[in-house]
Design a protein around this ligand. Sequence first.
Ligand code: SAH
Length: 355
Amino acid sequence: MTGLHAHLVARINADGPLSIADYMADCLLHPDWGYYATRDPLGAAGDFTTAPEISQMFGELIGLALAQAWMDQGGPTPFALAELGPGRGTLMADILRAARAVPGFHAAMRLCLVEASQPLRDAQAQALQGHDATWYDNVADLPDLPLFLVANEFFDALPIRQFIRDGDGWRERRIGADEDGALAFGLTDATPQPALAHRIADTRDGDLIETCVPGTAIAATIGARIAARGGAALIIDYGEWRSLGDTFQALRGHAHADPLEAPGTADLTAHVDFESLASAAAPAAHTRLTPQGVFLERLGITTRAQALAARLSGEALDAHVAAHRRLTHPDEMGTLFKVIALHPANTDPPPGLSQ
Ligand code: SAH
């Protein structure tokens, strides 16, 4: 049994079965054994690949969209350019390179990175050499400035809880251990859940829904800041407007794995419930939830792809064409991934998105 597995069994023996949120938090971020705390999980040699790692076009277009939103709000100076969960720093490096074309943007920005993983903070520092970045543990600690923010595949990594409808109450799915320490799912008795009152009307007995308390708390902090100080947030992730069904999943070596097997060695995620983020972000306004492929097309990815293709040939050109397809095609990331923006109620939505 690994150190993390023994720690989880000890917690279960002391306090009873763990919520999925408690399990996820330990598996992902335990300081000694957590998945993100101990490794760089991205890329071909890792467990999963993200849009900025597929092509520079993704970050360039996001950078220009954020810079346009900044200009549309009069170019507030100074402002916080923030990223949540910046991974290897690739997205921010591409954003900064593209935004260099926008006069005043670099001089006005304070570069802020919210990152829990030390190995990834190190990778980000490497990717962003020459820029003056500050790292934060929490969104609440960001400087009190107009906030232009991006979060790609961040909210899916935050701990969720699962509840199964039973009459007017809810049974929570929890994780227990048998005498040999094998982990297994179980259910609590049904209890009322006032926070789920809005889901009584659209669910039936046996339906499973997921909640993400840390995600809604972060959305509330961002929304309050943007409403008070100005700015815009682009949130990109897999998920739906409203959660229904079990989406808790583990990825190891680019393949699905059992989330209870070998804790701490796989990426654990769940689909994002965008409605709960948008609601929590009020009084900031939110845009329509938009498929990533549509968003990138509206920002001009095909024109950009053609410009880059003109300089490529052979295998490099094939890889570039495949990357364009992977980011935008409905059978790849184009529809599963979605984008929503938060913005002040008295401003237009950022480019590529509508109310
Ligand atoms: N945005 C990057 C990486 C996505 S992976 C990309 O698109 O490539 C998820 C990122 O969120 C990692 O950087 C991970 O370390 C970070 N992360 C996960 N949970 C976090 C938390 N609670 N607080 C801060 N960062 C977190």
